[in-house]
Design a protein around this ligand. Structure first.
Ligand SMILES: Cc1cc2nc3c(=O)[nH]c(=O)nc-3n(C[C@H](O)[C@H](O)[C@H](O)COP(=O)(O)OP(=O)(O)OC[C@H]3O[C@@H](n4cnc5c(N)ncnc54)[C@H](O)[C@@H]3O)c2cc1C
Length: 544
């Protein structure tokens, strides 16, 4: 610890305040970047060796793979954020394709919605009226989403200096924005229930919604056709984004400590303690990791009774909620040229091998399997798995179709993922057949893809790597292996209205702010960045 930290009682300005940030995911990195740029005394602590949290890329035998998001959506946030921090990152286009059975459409403009309509009409000719209803609704929501993400988020702008932005963009947009927020707030009901009002034919509504998290708010899910057009891919992999922010933190004098897991927070002493018993004093703490962990590790010693009560209330609330859906991911190194895959789809591909839809397989059937796990024979679980893998929707990413330097010449790296319930993996692990189960899932995915879109891949595999909901929990400490914060299955326990986002970082714990995917819902990378910045701003005492 440097001299500066030992003489904190000589504080001459807020810039001397010691800020500890726990978690070097997108939220923690963002907060650390802004605070170190403003010359605060920053220490960013991360449990893993690598930074980025859920945004991460890794290399194997010359193949680069992304473990988290397959592309990054701008949402009016990422590009202005990078500009604001002076980060020069080459951003490549990342067009999406959507495929069902043998048909694949490329999403290249808003008009591609028409191709999607034609595809659904072809697959479900008896339900053309229902298809029209759904498509015309998606069209409306695309317009609303375009307003929400339509201009650079003003939080990254200096409105006193940038008058052109203020008068030509922000003010004319504000009215439309408020209307859009009102509309989205009214469309918070689960997308499955909303679509049921448009069609009673389950396979059709399943095909439209089964790759979203369970109970995803309607506006969020139905806005995705717009989001598909808003995606980009950082050259070198998605992991280049956190790396670039990290470089800036170092450049601005921020201190970082990796491979350090915080296991206790003592607010009355203003210290956090790591697993090895090392203490890190703070004046302000930003918690950028899982919120259940924060409340499980907090010590109430010597805290005012009123504060302790508030913290306990918050703790009870969070601990009674679940993290959202998790994923199973298969990374494949293939001895096949890129062109072969490029002829089938773009590099980011949502593919459903069957038009039948998952029906109750991932809902009541799965729930009953988990609830009765001990009494269910293995064969029955594997039969369920057969149907789950055959009828699911896969998110497939081919990084090198965005950036050809990410594979050895003549080869292709494929990332295949699908939403997967953490609780099933947990039960299987407790029953000691985790390794076997992983292979069963992997084999079924390969079988399904071989029987549908990629007939030859099984014979071309150079290597395979797996990532399960358990891996996600173990690596970044995300409750229930969640990939974007709280489950939507109950009303979320945090702020869920854009107009209240500034409140999302507030905690009942003195001098502690929170940021990241657990503090606002629905969330993801843009929200992690936004809340990281807001938490930093609270400390910088900006007036709002
Ligand atoms: C497969 C997948 C696909 C996704 N797709 C998208 C997408 O398309 N669009 C989108 O916007 N988002 C997507 N996301 C979600 C997005 O990546 C996350 O919401 C976002 O990155 C969360 O950032 P965060 O900083 O809040 O949390 P995290 O990334 O979880 O960072 C928290 C950090 O804290 C560290 N940590 C935890 N506990 C401790 C401790 N006790 N001490 C020290 N450090 C600790 C962790 O190791 C981690 O580095 C996806 C995620 C995954 C996994």
């Amino acid at each position: 610890m440097g001299f500066k930290h030992q003489v904190r009682w000589f504080r001459i300005s807020d810039q001397d305040a010691r800020i500890v940030i726990v978690g070097a995911g997108m939220a923690g990195l963002t907060a650390a970047a802004y605070l170190s740029r403003a010359k605060y005394d920053v220490l960013l602590i991360e449990k893993n060796k690598e930074i980025g949290g859920l945004v991460n890329s890794f290399q194997r035998d010359g193949f680069v793979f992304d473990t988290g998001a397959k592309s990054i959506e701008n949402s009016g946030i990422i590009r202005p954020f990078l500009d604001d921090l002076g980060i020069e990152l080459e951003l490549l286009q990342s067009p999406v394709s959507v495929g069902i059975e043998k048909d694949v459409i490329n999403v290249i403009s808003e008009d591609s919605l028409n191709d999607y309509k034609n595809l659904l009409e072809k697959l479900y000719p008896e339900y053309i009226e229902d298809v029209y209803k759904i498509i015309s609704f998606i069209q409306k929501i695309m317009k609303v989403t375009a307003v929400l993400y339509g201009i650079d988020n003003p939080i990254f702008k200096d409105l006193k200096k940038d008058k052109a932005f203020l008068f030509k963009k922000l003010l004319p947009w504000l009215g439309k924005f408020l209307l859009a927020v009102r509309r989205t707030n009214r469309l918070n009901e689960p997308v499955e229930e909303f679509l049921e009002q448009m069609s009673t034919y389950k396979p059709l509504t399943d095909i439209v919604d089964q790759h979203f998290f369970k109970n995803t708010p309607t506006f969020f899910a139905m806005g995705y056709f717009y989001v598909f057009l808003d995606y980009f891919y950082p050259k070198g992999g998605t992991g280049e984004l956190p790396k670039a922010i990290y470089q800036k933190i170092i450049e601005w004098g921020g201190e970082t400590k990796t491979e350090t897991e915080i296991s206790k927070i003592i607010p009355s002493k203003k210290i956090v303690i790591d697993l090895n018993g090392n203490n890190y004093p703070y004046d302000y703490l930003i918690w950028g990791a899982d919120l259940k962990t924060l409340y499980n590790k907090i010590s109430m010693e010597n805290l005012d009774e009123k504060i302790s009560r508030k913290i306990n209330e918050q703790k009870e609330k969070f601990l009674s909620y679940r993290g959202g859906d998790s994923v199973f991911t298969l990374f494949l190194g293939l001895d096949e040229p890129l062109e072969k895959f490029g002829a089938i789809s773009n590099g980011h591909f949502f593919y459903t091998p069957s038009k039948k839809g998952l029906g109750e397989i991932h809902r009541s059937e799965l729930k009953s399997l988990i609830d009765n796990f001990e009494n269910t024979p293995k064969e029955e679980i594997l039969q369920w798995l057969d149907k789950f893998c055959e009828l699911n929707t896969y998110e497939i990413s081919i990084p090198a179709l965005r950036d050809p330097s990410l594979v050895p010449k003549g080869k292709t790296g494929l990332i295949v993922s699908m939403l997967f319930e953490y609780d099933l993996f947990k039960r299987v692990k407790e029953a000691s057949w985790y390794e076997e189960f992983k292979t069963e899932v992997e084999n079924r995915i390969l079988e399904t893809l071989t029987n549908s879109i990629y007939p030859d891949i099984k014979d071309k595999i150079l290597f395979r790597i797996l990532l399960t909901p358990i891996t996600i929990l173990d690596r970044v400490g995300s409750s229930e292996g969640a990939i974007t914060g709280w489950s939507y299955e109950k009303p979320v326990p945090v702020v869920n209205s854009l107009l209240k986002i500034y409140k999302s970082v507030v905690t009942p714990i003195p001098n502690v702010w929170q940021a990241g995917q657990w503090v606002y819902s629905p969330s993801g990378i843009p929200i992690a960045i936004l809340t990281g910045l807001i938490a930093a701003q609270k400390i910088m005492k900006k007036k709002f």
